[in-house]
Design a protein around this ligand. Structure first.
Ligand SMILES: *Cc1c(COP(=O)(O)O)cnc(C)c1O
Length: 414
């Protein structure tokens, strides 16, 4: 095994020796990607069923996005925001029209965009809502995932992500996900609630889809009490769930929208915070920023990536393929296997739950077998496997992947 995969082993050894051990990757070393496929250094081909946590919705190395990257890279990559560029305004006009918001604040990573949204929400609360300085509270949900900065982990309840990284940032109230009474009661009990930060589907937690109507009613409650509804769509956005945004399933317009990941098709770190002018205009020069945020390369890549989403009808494809995926997995696996208790999700953001406890290694072991059989996925917990392939997949490819998943798990069971 080790001699057979010598190149892979070398690459893994290098990461182990010289890199921080802040991840536990599945043992596969990739060197090439195209569309729904990735190849390892030995030349073996795999279906990518993670899409870099939903960043590569448009497929690996999409020629239109790579083309835009190359063209822009040859003329201008970074000015910083000390100067104007001929790309930023164009991008801002394009992207605000695309998602239907007045204004955008460009950043790079998802966590930075979440931080930006928190700052924006707080500042708006102090300057427009009259909440006393340093008293603003933002409601978040249990089992959330919003990133890895010190403030964001302060309101996580993942002990692995939190422990020994304190002291934590205050100003957050945690409630159960998918619980409207908890939302309303918490708002009523605290006069300083400025915002409600929520994932329309909890991805990292294991693809938890809330009850139908949850987002609509949560937005209504927020509106009634003058609380900003902040949707973190870093994972669910950009066509992943079968709509351009997951909130569109319930016709909800967030006061603040956070995007990242697939905003660039996984080609370059691009994130963004959207809101009305009334909210965004509380941020004045010098109060927030990023050297790379909104750079010309990011702008060119994101425009191209979003054009791919429209041109290739990726939202419709995700909706259609997602229905097919869940119904196939239901009849071919959930009903047949004692092992898989359910499949859930929306569009092409799905997960299966394995009949085992949370800290078992079953999901990991299945992912190793899936890898051997040519499909890459990663557990979100000991007993949950997320399936999020690129949205450019064909129906035939999806059915082939279902067969791989079916036979791998049935084989595993015996
Ligand atoms: C991935 C993710 C983030 C963090 O994005 P990074 O680019 O890794 O910082 C934030 N929120 C959600 C919902 C995510 O899935």
């Amino acid at each position: 095994m080790i001699s057979e995969n010598k190149l892979s082993q070398q690459a893994i050894d290098l990461e182990n020796e010289y890199g921080a051990h802040n991840y536990h990757p599945l043992p596969v070393v990739l060197s090439k990607g195209e569309g729904v496929f990735v190849w390892d250094v030995e030349g073996k081909r795999y279906y990518d069923f993670l899409s870099a946590y939903s960043a590569v919705n448009q497929g690996h190395c999409h020629p239109a996005i790579i083309g835009a990257l190359k063209t822009q890279a040859e003329s201008l990559t970074l000015t910083s925001r000390a100067f104007y560029s001929d790309m930023l305004g164009k991008y801002e006009q394009f992207v605000t029209n695309y998602f239907g918001f007045d204004k955008v604040l460009p950043m790079n990573t998802g966590a930075e965009a979440v931080e930006t949204a928190i700052k924006l929400c707080r500042k708006y609360a102090y300057e427009k809502k009259g909440i006393a300085e340093n008293e603003a509270q933002i409601i978040v949900c249990k089992n959330n995932f919003h990133g890895r900065t010190t403030t964001i982990i302060s309101f996580s309840n993942d002990e692995v992500a939190r422990k020994n990284f304190g002291p934590y940032t205050s100003g957050f109230l945690k409630i159960d996900y998918d619980n409207l009474e908890a939302l309303e009661e918490t708002i009523k009990a605290n006069k300083n609630v400025a915002g409600f930060l929520v994932e329309p589907i909890q991805g990292e937690a294991g693809v938890y889809v809330p009850s139908e109507g949850y987002l609509t009613k949560a937005k209504e409650i927020c509106e009634k009490h003058g609380v900003l509804f902040i949707a973190d769509e870093v994972q669910t956005g950009v066509a992943r769930t079968g709509q351009l945004l997951a909130v569109n399933h319930e016709n909800v317009k967030p006061d603040i929208l956070i995007l990242g990941k697939a905003l660039s098709g996984g080609v370059y770190p691009v994130s963004a915070v959207f809101s009305s002018s009334e909210i965004m205009d509380v941020i004045r020069p010098g109060q927030h920023g990023s050297t790379f945020g909104g750079n010309p390369l990011a702008c060119a890549v994101a425009i191209a990536a979003l054009n791919v989403v429209t041109d290739e009808n990726l939202a419709e494809k995700a909706e259609e393929l997602g229905q097919l995926f869940r119904s196939e997995i239901n009849t071919r696996l959930v009903e047949k296997s004692k092992f898989v208790s359910l499949v859930r999700g929306k569009g092409l953001l799905n997960a299966i739950v394995i009949n085992d406890d949370e800290d078992s290694s079953t999901a990991w072991d299945i992912c190793i077998k899936l890898r051997d059989n040519g499909l890459l996925a990663k557990p979100t917990h000991g007993n949950i496997i997320r399936f999020a392939p690129p949205l450019v997949m064909t129906k035939e490819q999806l059915l082939e992947c279902v067969s791989i998943i079916e036979s791998t798990i049935l084989e595993f069971e015996n």
